[in-house]
Ligand binder design. Sequence first.
Ligand SMILES: [Zn+2]
Length: 277
Amino acid sequence: MLNLKKYSLNDYKEFELIRDSKNEPFYSKLVSLSASINSQFTAYISNTRPFAAHNLTALTVDTSQKSALLVCYSSKTKALVLLKKNIRDFQEENTRAMCQSCGLDSAPTFDHYLPQSLFPEFAVMPANLVPSCGTCNTIKDNGVLDENGNRKFIHYYFDNLPDTQFLHLDLIYRNEVPTVSFKLLNNTSINPDLFDLIKNHFTHLNLLNRYKEKFPNIHSRAVSRIKNARTLKRNPRSIKRFLEDEAISIKQINGINFWEAIIYDELSKSSQFINQF
Ligand SMILES: [Zn+2]
């Protein structure tokens, strides 16, 4: 779970490239809306630190204008394909391959952070297009704000994720069977508003349960890796260090709060796990 990098210094220019690839009747509609779209893009960008673009008033458009805006994203023009490629290629190697919203899957789709249904003018704005897996993208279609008016999801371009640990795991053995539960803790003075947003993000994407479902797989893989590590000494100290090193490697690639690293960390602290070897 790491921040992504917002592509392009000029979002409006990216819109123009797509607009200019359109045929009539859409092209003329888009040209007539262009000045308003430019203002909306400027307003979006100036409301990103902290992110508040969800409070903007959406552009007033009629049905045919809305269709022209939505077709910018729904029809597969060369300009759109190139924009998507550029957004992906602009990301770091370690974040490109995975949906950062969950850290569980690849990111073949693009999520509209502010939904196209509410803000059609941001349908192809680079700042509003976030690489995402299908599961997160579908869940996010349910809207931006919760019942208290707070944002439900992290914006991976603009909400700066903490560089301290907030994802934790309780690992308990009952009759030699491990049971786990993930939890979020703010014991490193993370800004309370940011921590609330993180909690909301985890709740709405059901991440703690989705990570829990992955535990048996990582647990059995850890057992297998220890058994197959040819140079590893079979003593508790060496095994503990091996697990700690796994956690460090995973964190270096996927971030300090990556669920798999948290599992390795917890296994490294568990004498019940280590003493089985
Ligand atoms: Zn995802």
